[in-house]
Design a protein around this ligand. Structure first.
Ligand code: CDP
Length: 210
């Protein structure tokens, strides 16, 4: 089974997807880590992202390895996030990474998170969740994580979300059949419970609750 979790930055996708995968015994795919890795490599090597996206070895797990180097912390940098959303608008980069993502998802049970999992990467996913939260809540969470200034984080998230929503290729949007879940004011465990319950319903009836 594939569970697709899409949504804007700071909506809680990574925490929810990781914890839901652990609760369900599924593997977890962080597609954003791939875009971040391509952006980091392009910045560090001074190469066009489209030239290197297909060649890079990106290994996802407890640590993120880029051509064997541990970049787990480096890809979380705010400048890398911003570069990732620019790189992610390039259809050549997207095609290379979507191929890698589909290879992984072809075997076993997965919770996969990103912007286009339910719409492009795995339109066949049995359950699609679109996670949202108010812009203020998303900025507050991100600022807490990085011990950063809320105003600066708000500007970065807004710029990135606008780019992600307005790009021509695979823009951020909810799949028509996605279940929208607003996480504002909810604790992580509450959101995970909801996702796990939706998976249970899906497995039992073949049709997720709306
Ligand atoms: O964790 P956060 O939501 O802040 O970002 P991320 O999921 O790590 O993604 C970083 C950037 O990669 C996003 O702003 C998108 O531009 C891009 N991305 C994408 O285009 N498609 C995906 N499936 C995942 C990420």
């Amino acid at each position: 089974m594939i569970v697709a979790i899409d949504g804007p930055a700071g909506a809680g996708k990574s925490s929810v997807a990781r914890a839901s995968a652990a609760a369900l015994g599924f593997s977890y795919l962080d597609s954003g880590a791939m875009y971040r890795s391509v952006a980091l490599a392009a910045l560090q090597r001074g190469r066009p992202p489209a030239d290197i996206a297909g060649e890079l070895q990106i290994e996802l797990g407890d640590r993120v390895l880029l051509d064997g180097r541990d970049v787990t912390e480096a890809i979380r940098d705010r400048a890398v996030a911003s570069a990732a959303s620019r790189v992610a608008a390039d259809p050549v980069v997207r095609a290379a990474l979507v191929t890698k993502q589909r290879e992984l998802l072809s075997d076993g049970d997965w919770v996969a998170e990103g912007r286009d999992i339910g719409t492009v990467v795995a339109p066949e996913a049995e359950l699609k969740v679109f996670l949202t939260a108010t812009p203020a809540e998303r900025a507050r969470r991100r600022a807490l994580e990085g011990r950063e200034d809320v105003a600066a984080v708000t500007r970065e998230l807004e710029a990135r979300d606008d780019r992600d929503r307005e790009r021509e290729h695979s823009p951020l949007r909810a799949a028509t059949e996605a279940i929208e879940l607003d996480t504002t004011g909810l604790r992580l465990e509450q959101v995970v419970e909801r996702v796990v319950a939706l998976v249970g319903k899906r497995s039992a009836s073949g049709t997720p609750e709306r």
